[in-house]
Design a protein around this ligand. Structure first.
Ligand code: PLP
Length: 372
């Protein structure tokens, strides 16, 4: 299998699985127990928190472990509306469904307005419009992703954060696709909230966190035994948390090397696709811009573009057409629809990782030559 669906999820790093296995075998004590085994588990959790906090330059007390980025987004959005007086949410239409569908759900329960900031054909934000929205709507929360999971489009989050501060608006940034890939220091971005998902950078599934700036306090999302400083009750996922911390360590240690390697792979793929299929459309400028591991192309009708993903799958190549969907189906991407007003041209998202090679990409292009 040639796996090019790394924006959906990644293969666990061997160093991470080794670290997790040790914890699974030995650290079965409940972190809330007062005996030695329990205390060991507690130490492991707090060491993991310290490791992550140090790398992203925040205080350990600002990190709350969750089961996923989706849970973290939901916690932050509900908390901001319920506890921090937010009455207006600003997003782009290309945010993840974890954001857009949660806002829809919140608006059924609370009197909250939702505005979309305009974007252009390269999915870039219209800053004047963002400022207009902030000016006209006090008590706003802006939620914008650092990098888009389908096109790799990168938003200038430090600039957005500064603008939000000028208007006393809260800023939540979805850093799911960039944590572990870009050297993010939250001391520079200064978001009020941010979210992480370990499985996007060779960590385990079922582990993530919510960053909440120490300036704010929201009420618990899950009540019970008072874990995570009473923010998220439930016995902690020690293996996942330790695995996430290890994945962070490995990602930050090897970041420069991996960035160079994967960027080269991306250039190689773009160049091969361009020369083999001149009519391909590189969505949102993903051939020359955006995150270094994502290439998103639309395949127009001059090619035989039916059942694309299935045909690639039959040939042992795993890619996506849009974002991974829990039902396993693929529908026309809401991201591409938002960028191009309306489109039903089939699209392929290639998302690369450090485990891919040029030889694999060569096979992919050869297979595409047969299919298209
Ligand atoms: N936000 C973005 C940009 C994503 O790509 C994803 C995962 O696909 C999520 C949020 C949700 O992450 P999780 O799988 O941890 O719920």
């Amino acid at each position: 299998m040639i796996y090019l669906d790394n924006a959906a999820t990644t293969r666990l790093d061997d160093e991470v699985s080794e670290a997790m296995l040790g914890v699974i075998r030995n650290n079965y004590g409940n972190p809330s127990s007062v005996h030695a085994l329990g205390r060991e588990s507690r130490v492991l959790i707090e060491e993991s928190r310290n490791t992550i906090a140090g790398l992203i330059k925040v205080r350990p007390s600002e990190i709350y472990f969750t089961s996923s980025a989706t849970e973290a987004i939901s916690t932050a959005l509900y908390g901001a509306v319920r506890d921090l007086g937010i009455t207006h949410i600003i997003t782009s239409a290309i945010e993840h469904h974890a954001v857009l569908h949660t806002i829809d759900a919140i608006r059924k329960q609370f009197a909250v307005q939702h505005s979309f900031v305009r974007i252009d054909k390269n999915a870039q934000l219209d800053f004047d419009h963002l400022e207009e929205l902030l000016e006209g709507n006090p008590n706003s929360l802006v939620i914008l992703m650092h990098a888009n999971n389908e096109t790799g489009t990168i938003y200038p989050v430090s600039k957005i954060s500064k603008l939000c501060k000028n208007y006393n608006a809260l800023f939540l940034t979805d850093t799911v696709q960039t944590l572990g890939k870009l050297n993010i220091g939250f001391d520079e971005i200064m978001p009020d909230f941010a979210v992480c998902s370990a499985h996007k950078f060779h960590g385990p599934k079922g582990a993530g966190f919510l960053y909440v700036s120490g300036r704010y306090s929201i009420k618990p999302f899950i009540s019970g035994g008072g874990q995570e400083r009473d923010m998220r009750s439930g016995t902690e996922n020690i293996y996942g948390i330790a695995g996430m911390a290890k994945a962070f360590e490995v990602a930050y240690r090897d970041m420069e090397k991996n960035t160079v390697y994967i960027s080269k792979l991306k250039s190689y793929l773009v160049q091969k696709l361009r020369s083999a299929f001149p009519e391909l459309i590189f969505n949102a400028g993903s051939d020359v811009a955006g995150l270094y591991n994502i290439v998103n192309v639309s395949v127009p009708e001059v090619y035989k573009n039916e059942m694309l993903l299935q045909n690639l799958d039959i040939n042992g190549i795993a890619v996506s057409g849009g974002s991974a969907c829990s039902s396993g189906t693929t529908s026309v991407s809401h991201v591409l629809k938002a960028i191009y007003a309306d489109t039903d041209i089939p699209a392929i998202r290639f998302s690369l990782s450090k485990f891919n090679t040029e030889a694999e990409l060569e096979v992919v292009v050869q297979v595409l030559k047969r299919i298209l």
